[in-house]
Design a binder for this molecule. Structure first.
Ligand SMILES: C[S@@+](CC[C@H](N)C(=O)[O-])C[C@H]1O[C@@H](n2cnc3c(N)ncnc32)[C@H](O)[C@@H]1O
Ligand code: SF4
Ligand code: SF4
Length: 313
């Protein structure tokens, strides 16, 4: 994982652009995306209970490798984005596209996956986010029978077959909801020996009264306070969320109704499976008549972390 001196030298123009972007924003309120996100595939092998992606999914063909190369050049490289996250659908079903992104963004492309398929070793990948939604029982209730067991097997195989540092490539992501919030510590216990970091975010609803959403208030505060406590003690380096971000996730922070107000949506350039820009953010859609996330109940990690650093709309 880490960045060697040679790589830092090679990347220095990028650090320069990142610095310029940050300074441009802070001094002149100039907005240019820091990060990119791409739904590289319009297919998924699961149908998880909590998933936003299925809500707006239409039966459409995926892009070719050459079309993705054009998106890389015309959108992500042209805008000097520093890092790209590959999602879907299930990105491990498009290994060809993953390999190309990793080649074009060495150590700067990460992949979010359900880990149901074997996880390929790619020397220059930044890391894999492996989605885990609770202890074995809860994860399988949300993701389907035996999902936990398959992901477990593939993560352990990856870590055991790819050298002594392979565990560093595995980061766990847990989306906390009303079903799984009591299993957070089991998730940490289950995965800490096979992973480098864990990141937490909260379920973001698209409908009022979504039973998976954890309402603001005592119970949610307790979850966040426990995460803060774990981070302050045994898991300082393992839990990746900064403390101020966790505090933000206790309350409504992003917008009103379905409209982002404070949320820095501009900071992440998100494209769908056709390379079209998604609005209002990476869980939205390029289509006007699509279902929209409820910003005032948002729990997404990638935007709230930026808010925590003082980056806003
Ligand atoms: C849509 S999935 C795509 C990548 C891959 N299929 C996976 O499951 O990791 C990306 C991430 O979004 C999370 N996610 C899905 N629905 C969500 C929602 N309504 N709110 C917040 N996160 C959600 C998933 O748990 C997963 O970690
Ligand atoms: S595996 Fe990922 S994309 Fe597929 S349904 Fe589950 S959360 Fe959604
Ligand atoms: S990240 Fe959250 S607050 Fe921001 S636009 Fe998306 S749903 Fe709204």
């Amino acid at each position: 994982m880490g960045r060697g001196f040679k790589q830092i030298l090679q990347e220095s123009p990028l650090y320069f652009h990142l610095g310029l972007k940050f300074t441009g924003y802070k001094l002149f309120n100039k907005r240019s995306p820091f990060y990119g996100s791409a739904d590289i595939i319009n297919v998924c092998n699961l149908h998880c209970e909590h998933c936003y992606w299925w809500l707006n999914r239409k039966e459409e063909k995926d892009l070719t490798l050459q079309q993705w190369k054009n998106i890389i050049d015309e959108k992500f490289k042209k805008n000097h984005v520093f890092m790209v996250t590959l999602v879907g659908g299930e990105p491990l079903m498009r290994k060809d596209v993953i390999e190309m992104f990793v080649k074009e963004f060495p150590k700067r492309a990460c992949v979010v996956t359900n880990g149901i398929y074997p996880i390929p070793y790619l020397k220059d990948i930044y890391f894999y986010w492996i989605s885990i939604d609770g202890d074995k029982k809860t994860h399988n209730q949300i993701r389907g029978d035996n999902a936990w067991e398959s992901t477990r097997k593939n993560v352990i195989n990856y870590v055991k077959s790819n050298g002594k540092n392979a565990w560093k490539d595995i980061w766990i992501t847990m989306t906390i909801n009303s079903k799984n919030y009591k299993t957070i510590e089991t998730v940490i216990d289950d995965w800490k020996d096979y992973s480098n970091k864990i990141g937490f975010q909260f379920h973001t609803p698209f409908m009022k009264n979504d039973p998976l959403w954890m309402p603001f208030g005592k119970e949610r505060d307790k979850v966040v306070d426990r995460l803060l406590e774990l981070k302050s003690n045994d898991y300082k380096d393992y839990i990746v969320n900064p403390k101020h971000q966790l505090e933000i996730m206790k309350r409504s922070w992003g917008g009103k109704g379905t409209t982002p107000i404070d949320c820095p949506t501009w900071a992440i350039l998100s494209v769908d499976h056709k390379g079209r820009e998604k609005l209002p953010c990476c869980i939205g859609s390029a289509e006007k008549d699509s279902m929209k996330p409820i910003c005032e109940q948002c729990g997404l990690g990638c935007y709230s972390v930026l808010m925590g650093y003082g980056i806003k709309q």
